[in-house]
Every structure is written in C-alpha cells, then in structure tokens.
Design a protein. Structure first.
Length: 256
C-alpha cells in the first residue's frame, strides 16, 4: 500500500487525484494539503511540512501553483518523500533546484507537463515529424482559469521539436506588416506557440506542420480531468524506483 499526500487537494485537479488514488487497491491518500478551509480528505493540513511529518507518506502528488509546488517538492525530498508534480509554470531555476535536491537525497521524483497518455503520444508523434517538415506552429487551448501561458505541454512540445531537429530551429514564416501586436503568438526555437483561454475547454493542443503542398495536424483533446489520472497513477507506482528527477511522463512509458 503506497501512502500518498496530495498538495493542492482542494483544487479541481487535486480533488480528482484524491478520488483516483482512493479508488485503487495498492495506494491510499493519507493527507490532503491546501491553504483553503474546505477539507476534502482527512486529515487535512494547510502546511506541507506538517502533513509530511505527521503522516509519513511515500509519495506527494502536487497540482498546486508553481511557487508553492517548487517549495513543496523540496520539503518532500528533504523528508525522503517522492514528489509527482503536475504543476506547470515553474522556472528553470526552480526545476534545477528540485533536480539537485533529488540527486542529493537519492530520492526519485517525477515532473510532467501533462499526465494524459494521449498528450504524451501527441508529443512523440510531433518529434517523429519534426525532422521532415520544417514549418510548425503549436496551438494550445485551455480553460479560462489556467494561470500560466503557454501551457507546460506546449512549451515542452516546442522544445522536443527543436531537439528532434538536432537543435536546428523550425522555419518561421516572415510577416512584413503587423496590424495587431502579438497576433502570431510567441516563439520557442522558431516554433510559433499560440494560447487560447476560454470557458468550456479543459486541455487541448494541436501541432500543425507545413510542407510544400501539404499540412500535417496532430491534435489531442482532454475533455475531462479524468484523462490525466492513468498517468498520475503510473507515476505514483513508479516514482520510488527512479533515480533523481525524471522530466516527462514519456520516460516512464517508453524509457526514452
């Protein structure tokens, strides 16, 4: 039985994680942590360190905010607890700090911008296409409550595309005149990234490659937060056997 603490347990993703974990036969939620007052699991804590000390979990799942998640991970690692982090928006310095602490403590940790298996496959397919089609743009669409843009999935997709191209940037079409600032999105390695925020969406992304006389579109849609749970449960089961910080669910799925 794997004891799990859930950071950000009062949020939409946190509540879904609590339900998914408690539905399994090989793991259980031993504590929920969130600064809000409405408890969704017992025992309930407002402080990560207090929860870890009181309940001795093996794994900490975090879908809170970036700054909180970065600090929560260090607290967990110092206690020998393996963090599974789905929070996006952390800085490279925060991620490196987690990686260094995981190495120093010899504790496994997992950080994934997207825990949906289909989203991971979408990124793998984009990597496959990237060396053969030089023009590409990424469009990500999320609910209006998402606080960071672009999404972690979109940013990682862009990085993976450039990596698959051997570091060679994608070709960005030239626009001679802009009549609206920012209309063509941001740029990561020559990859244009566009963010849409509207009520009604959960998490969606399409990667559009262009070539002479053709386009290739790879799209993934999460229509429910349940789509992320198989990946979260996989990470909970596998994180304790990892060495240091693993970035990307594909490392657990494919060993890449």
């Amino acid at each position: 039985m794997i004891p799990v603490v859930v950071f950000g347990a009062a949020g939409r993703m946190g509540r879904t994680v609590v339900e998914a974990v408690n539905a399994q036969t090989d793991m259980r939620v031993v504590a929920g942590v969130d600064p809000v007052t409405a408890a969704v699991v017992s025992p309930w804590f407002s402080d990560a360190a207090a929860a870890v000390q009181a309940t001795a979990p093996q794994v900490a799942v975090d879908f809170s905010r970036a700054d909180a998640a970065a600090q929560n991970a260090l607290v967990a690692l110092d206690a020998g607890v393996s963090p599974v982090i789905g929070t996006t928006g952390m800085s490279p310095a925060q991620i490196e700090a987690i990686a260094q602490r995981a190495r120093a403590r010899s504790v496994g940790a997992v950080l994934a911008p997207n825990f949906a298996i289909g989203a991971v496959l979408m990124m793998e397919m984009a990597k496959l296409a990237a060396p053969y089609l030089d023009h590409v743009e990424v469009i990500e669409l999320h609910h209006d409550g998402k606080i960071d843009a672009p999404s972690g999935t979109a940013a990682r997709t862009a990085h993976l595309i450039v990596e698959a191209r051997g570091g060679k940037p994608a070709i960005d079409a030239t626009t001679e005149k802009f009549t609206l600032e920012g209309v063509r999105g941001g740029v990561l390695g020559g990859v244009r990234v566009h963010s849409v925020r509207l009520p009604g969406f959960v998490a969606h992304q399409e990667v559009i490659f262009g070539g002479k006389g053709q386009t290739l579109t790879i799209r993934h849609d999460s229509t429910s937060r349940d789509s992320f749970m198989p990946g979260v449960l996989l990470a909970i089961r596998r994180v304790r056997s990892q060495s240091g910080l693993v970035v990307g669910l594909e490392k657990l799925l494919f060993g890449s």
